[in-house]
Design a protein around this ligand. Sequence first.
Ligand code: PEP
Ligand code: MN
Length: 264
Amino acid sequence: MENSRTLRKWLDDMALPHPLVIAGPCSAETEKQVMQIAHDLKDTDVNYYRAGIWKPRTRPGNFEGVGAIGLKWLQRVKEETGLKTATEVANRTHVDLALEHDVDLLWIGARSTVSPFIVQEIADALEGTDRVVLVKNPVNPDLSLWLGAVERLHSAGIKKLGVIHRGFSTYEKSKYRNIPEWQLAIELQTRFPDLPLINDPSHITGKRDMIFDVSQTALDLNFDGLMIETHCDPDNAWSDAAQQVTPKRLIQIMEDLRIRKETD
Ligand code: PEP
Ligand code: MN
């Protein structure tokens, strides 16, 4: 993959703030829920409003997302709040629908990054578009698989590329839902210092009371941004209830974080 300034350039060109903040519910559940959270996040540090429309669940039988109707709700978010929108895509149909509904940022989830065929299908569907595309790390700690996905998108001409560190599955008992293995993110930073790197403390911790500390660690390590799941009624969320924070808590977290300046 080419180095490197061109990779970061889109962040500068779009004049996005540091840290970049992506927040919103794990899943879009109802139009009311999506709109309420979006209005609570308007006029905060949040740049992109995330909501999962298609939810890849590890086991069947759980809520698998509202589907394409949720894209209309995201369009309404953009119209009413001015927030940019973000959702996960896992195949060509998702990409086509998300582009039709003007979603600003698409991300590839951890369960898709492990599959070169799926990543290639998504890359082909995105060819010639100028959306921001972020690649979550694969569920297993495999840097090549993560970079391979980035390379496929890069080869398809995607310029606004970045990665999301969401931790790695482990069979060991751990206080984390997905262990961070910070050294992997650091190696990626060392090899591609200008590939924008976002931290996802929600899926790393699985617990809302650990979100602040992991976010601070990420910022201390010079990450470029944070993706934090945010819900108006976290305890009753239809997915990932234990890790979501309220908009009020998110605002407090952002206020309390020590942000490293370039000159520090
Ligand atoms: C999500 O962002 O809600 C999600 C499913 O994440 P991951 O792919 O990291 O498990
Ligand atoms: Mn989630």
